[in-house]
Write a protein that binds this ligand. Structure first.
Ligand code: FDP
Length: 346
């Protein structure tokens, strides 16, 4: 039988229920929480697809906490996510890229998790029809529904689930709940269901592609310069060929390619932005978790991203992520160059 006649498909909901059965102590809360995430992503996917037709492209006239113009789609996606998460009854707090403060869920709807998300990452690409995505991380609050907001600012290693959904030529959800397992699902538009299409994704230890905004290289520190030079002009002893450059400028798309093909994606510190650009709680932590669970690593240059503890909800950190051999080279460049910038800050 051909694939389109398959009658035993692994939907995301079925996958969640099977995982739940493997853990007899599970309450099902995470399954229900993930249902909210699925609904949010399907809504954003449908808006992104018809944005041009129904005049959703353009500015909403507001500015977010980062001082960036919000697009109509940013605003819509955020509202949809907040509502879907809130009504699931499984979250006590939410941190969204689009909201300055922590969103505190009303007492009657509170659950034991916190979700951090960027509802529409890469949105500066939308008007050109380039891939964008949603990134999210889920955290178990030690004090459950009664938790206080300080329980949000914890090391990245305490993350329970990390994922992203990419709105591109197809709609792909990549997810991990730990256990060295990363799964990729593709939305079947006819069924309206995410179907498991990429089970057990592993990142190759070494790739052939580097992905970074080289327009910032004037401001890079010596370690960063030395590392990217070593990819473009490899020494004869390394036995490596020069890497190819690919930079979409949409984190979800650049990380997705890196996860599947290997290589390195980076947004390093530079003299203009000493902590890089990417936000710790809803960009760096979920992506670092996915890459580590797929067998790779994510570092700031000198330390593991998941060991960071943000001081504020919208803090940023420098990030290099990729396969283990590529990351060993990044570490060596930072170890061999005393000139490097690094920091986590607002
Ligand atoms: P965007 O500003 O379009 O939302 O953090 C947001 C992000 O995109 C990432 O998705 C992307 O990797 C990065 O910024 C691109 O930044 P540069 O334009 O500075 O390269």
């Amino acid at each position: 039988m051909t694939d389109h006649h398959k009658t035993n498909i692994m939907t995301l909901t079925r996958y969640m229920l099977e995982q739940q059965r493997k853990h007899p102590e599970a309450t099902g809360d995470l399954t229900i929480a993930m249902n909210g995430v699925q609904v949010g992503c399907k809504f954003v996917e449908s808006c992104v697809r018809k944005a041009r037709l129904v005049n959703l492209v353009g500015l909403a006239g507001n500015t977010n906490v980062q001082g960036e113009d919000q697009k109509k789609l940013d605003v819509l996606s955020n509202e949809m996510f907040v509502n879907a998460m809130m009504s699931s009854g499984k979250f006590a707090f939410m941190v969204s890229e689009e909201v300055d403060d922590i969103v505190v869920v009303p007492e009657e709807l509170r659950g034991k998790y916190c979700i951090t998300f960027d509802p529409l990452d890469g949105s500066s690409n939308i008007d050109a029809g380039v891939n964008v995505g949603t990134i999210f991380g889920i955290w178990r609050l030690p004090s459950g529904p009664q938790a206080t907001v300080d329980e949000i600012l914890v090391p990245g290693s305490e993350i329970v689930a990390g994922g992203y959904c990419m709105y591109g030529s197809s709609c792909n959800m990549v997810l991990t709940f730990g256990n060295n397992s990363v799964e990729g699902f593709t939305l079947d538009p006819a069924l309206g269901e995410f179907i498991l299409t990429h089970p057990n994704i592993r990142i190759p230890p070494r790739g052939k592609i580097y992905s970074v905004n080289e327009g910032n290289s004037l401001y890079w520190d010596d370690a960063t310069k030395a590392y990217f030079d070593s990819l473009k002009f490899p020494s004869p002893e390394s036995g490596l060929k020069p890497y190819s450059a690919r930079y979409i400028g949409s984190m979800v798309a650049d990380v997705h390619r890196t996860l599947l093909y290997g290589g390195v994606f980076a947004y390093p510190s530079d003299r203009k932005s000493r902590s890089g650009k990417l936000r710790i709680l809803y960009e760096s932590f979920p992506m670092a978790f996915i890459i580590e669970q797929a067998g790779g690593r994510a570092i700031t240059g000198i330390e593991r991203v998941l060991d960071l503890v943000p001081k504020h909800i919208h803090d940023r950190c420098p990030i290099f992520l990729g396969g283990t051999d590529d990351m060993a080279d990044v570490e060596a460049a930072f170890a061999n160059n005393s000139n490097w910038l690094n920091g986590t800050q607002k």
